[in-house]
Ligand binder design. Structure first.
Ligand code: HEC
Length: 106
């Protein structure tokens, strides 16, 4: 069931492109802006940094369960709270973050 949903999300992400961009921006401004900025490092890493090294599954995992996922990412302490977002919000914020993936990896 979860796998099926994730598959659907992936195909929407790939096919949808900018479909969720506006909703993603809203989710970002509502929940994430205090600690993350798009390209500048704030309290947490920038979306640009995140998008350059994480895939959609990893980003979703971090939002839903930062306590365990941050450990898997190598952070010693977890300073990010967990968020209970709707499926649509999760999809759009993940898409929004990945839209900051740098074109060229330096
Ligand atoms: C209270 C501050 C805070 C808020 C609010 C916050 N974060 Fe974070 N986030 C952090 C910090 C600090 C880290 C670095 C890891 C840690 O300390 O757990 C982080 C790490 C992350 C990572 C993983 C970084 C990596 O190494 O790849 C992702 C993805 C992420 N945040 C997404 C989000 C999203 C999406 C939201 C909004 C829904 C959000 N964060 C809201 C503080 C925050």
């Amino acid at each position: 069931m979860a796998l099926k949903v994730f598959g659907m999300v992936l195909s929407v992400l790939c096919a949808g492109g900018t479909l969720y961009a506006e909703e993603g921006k809203r989710v970002f401004e509502t929940y994430c802006w205090g600690c993350h900025h798009q390209t500048a490092v704030a309290f947490g890493p920038s979306f640009e940094q995140i998008a350059s090294k994480r895939n959609a599954e990893e980003i979703r995992g971090m939002i839903v369960d930062p306590a365990s996922v941050s450990k898997a990412f190598g952070y010693e302490r977890n300073a990010m709270p967990a968020f209970k977002l709707s499926e649509e919000e999760l999809r759009s914020i993940t898409d929004y973050i990945l839209s900051y993936k740098p074109k060229e990896v330096k």
